[in-house]
Design a protein around this ligand. Structure first.
Ligand code: SF4
Ligand code: SF4
Length: 490
């Protein structure tokens, strides 16, 4: 029996998971229009490869990766491209971004799929390229291109691949349901990932509040003797145990050092949904065109998990699940701890949308923040051992350098501090704001540095040109003078 570690702080929360697990995963209805933002991943936005009016097939690439940290984007259904323009996207800031719109034709006609008969014959490099081509990103919420995390580099050795099936945030059950219903598919993906990174061992981590998922994964594993050195580890339910560094601490008792990555201590972590998507992409040739989304909350009559085509408007999903509200102020994308309010119901589902939450039980509708009473509750709850009240003071005073001295960027935005604060101070909002400000300032600094270097280069070039011109003139004059002397002496 594995001895587990722990992390500081954290909370035991009312999970509200049963609301959305009594129905099997259902197929969401096909929407009339699908809106596909070109940036559904961390990194550079992809570049359209289609034009307005073009007919596309389900699974056809419609935008290609742009640069190293980027992935392709595919048509989730057959139809016609009706627009390539800025559309509102699900984002905390209510941004709009360049997107491709598809008017679906209801035929669901697939493009030819290129599947791999035996992934073991492929090199790690080719596997990663196929995963990249299929547009796969981390489906746990971060959206980091998966092929990059499957490339440990020549200086690293992967001791353990951890599959994250913890799903610690209340209300969200999409990983729970995929483990219950598609355990075999997850194992397929795990085998492919292990082949790519040559991981010595593998751990599938599941919180102890998901007994059905644990049973399903255990029985699938029991039928696959080829999954050697693979272990299911049941971790105690405590938020935010599903966060990458916290989960590593629980499972291995190791801490990922500051400014380092899990790979620096021989660990690679992927979400169980991502593993499933990788299995479908390599063994069946299916690019990432859909994902499981939890539709839940006290204002949803038929809460559950849906297989949703990317680009589907949230409104259609709420209708399908008989939600009693479509008021954006009552809707969260994600869970109650880390989710954010939607700016509208027509926003599309993207690769990172895991949950639409319509109505949180016992939610305080209008928090009335009071002054900080320096009780220290926030510091006790922080799983990263930060001092949230200090960061808050400095963020409030716009002393951004000081926030960094208190390790603002180690904050994982889990919301534990805000949750326990008796003064109801929205601490995480201050931290997000401070991070954005710092990043904007750094961007500005970089831009002005680039402008300064360009200016200096231009000045140097102009001076060099002037010097060369002067030199040429002097030479010409000298030549003319010597020709003149020659003429006079001859
Ligand atoms: S929990 Fe709230 S009131 Fe208490 S120290 Fe932290 S910020 Fe201040
Ligand atoms: S949001 Fe940040 S500061 Fe607050 S508890 Fe989580 S990690 Fe700590």
């Amino acid at each position: 029996m594995r001895q587990l570690g722990s992390f500081p702080g954290g909370l035991v929360l009312d999970g509200q998971k049963n609301r959305s697990t009594h129905l099997a995963i259902r197929q969401a209805p096909l929407s009339k229009t699908l809106i596909l933002p070109l940036q559904q991943h961390i990194g550079e936005a992809s570049v359209p490869t289609v034009v307005i009016g073009e007919r596309v097939l389900k699974g056809q690439m419609i935008a290609r990766a742009n640069g190293h940290v980027s992935v392709n984007l595919h048509a989730p259904s057959s139809g016609h491209i009706t627009a390539i323009d800025n559309q509102d996207i699900p984002h905390p800031s209510g941004l709009s971004a360049l997107s491709i719109s598809i008017e679906t034709d209801g035929k669901e006609q697939w493009a030819p799929l290129i599947k791999t008969d035996n992934y073991q014959k492929l090199s790690a490099h080719d596997l990663r390229q196929n995963i990249r081509y299929a547009g796969i990103v981390g489906l746990g919420g971060a959206g980091f291109p998966s092929f990059i995390k499957l490339n440990p580099g020549i200086h690293h050795f992967v001791d353990t691949l951890i599959l994250n099936g913890v799903e610690c945030e209340p209300y969200i059950t999409c990983d729970d349901m995929i483990m219950r219903e598609r355990a075999e598919g997850i194992l397929d993906g795990i085998a492919i990932m292990r082949h790519a990174i040559k991981a010595k061992s593998c751990i599938i981590a599941i919180e102890d509040n998901k007994p059905e998922a644990i049973t399903a994964m255990q029985s699938a594993l029991a039928q696959h003797s080829d999954h050697i050195d693979t272990e299911i580890v049941i971790v105690p339910t405590r938020y935010p145990a599903g966060s990458e560094k916290q989960l590593i601490q629980v499972i291995t008792k190791l801490q990922v050092p500051n400014n380092k990555l899990p790979i620096d201590i021989g660990i690679v972590m992927h979400n169980v949904g991502t593993a499933y998507a990788i299995g479908r992409a390599i063994n069946h040739g299916e690019p990432l065109i859909s994902r499981i989304v939890t539709i839940t909350g006290q204002n949803v009559n038929k809460a559950g998990n849906l297989e949703v085509l990317l680009g589907s408007p949230i409104r259609d999903l709420l209708d399908f699940c008989e939600a009693t509200t479509q008021n954006p102020s009552q809707l969260l994308l994600g869970g109650p701890m880390m989710g954010y309010h939607l700016t509208g119901c027509d926003l599309p589902i993207t690769k990172t949308s895991n949950c639409i939450l319509a109505g949180v039980e016992n939610a305080v509708t209008e928090p009335m923040p009071m002054p900080c009473i320096r009780c220290g509750e926030c510091a006790t709850a922080c799983p990263v051992s930060l001092l949230p009240q200090q960061i808050y003071w400095h963020a409030r005073a716009k002393e951004l350098e000081k926030t960094q001295e208190y390790n603002l960027f180690d904050c994982i935005e889990c919301g534990c501090c805000s949750y326990v604060c008796p003064s109801e101070i929205p601490l995480v909002q201050y931290f997000r704001f401070a991070k954005t400000e710092i990043m904007n300032q750094e961007d500005e600094k970089k831009k002005s540095n680039v402008a300064r270097i360009r200016h200096e280069n231009r000045q140097t070039r102009q001076e060099t040109e002037k010097r060369e011109k002067d030199l040429r003139q002097q030479r010409r004059k000298a030549t003319l003078a010597s020709e003149h002397v020659d003429k006079e002496t001859s």
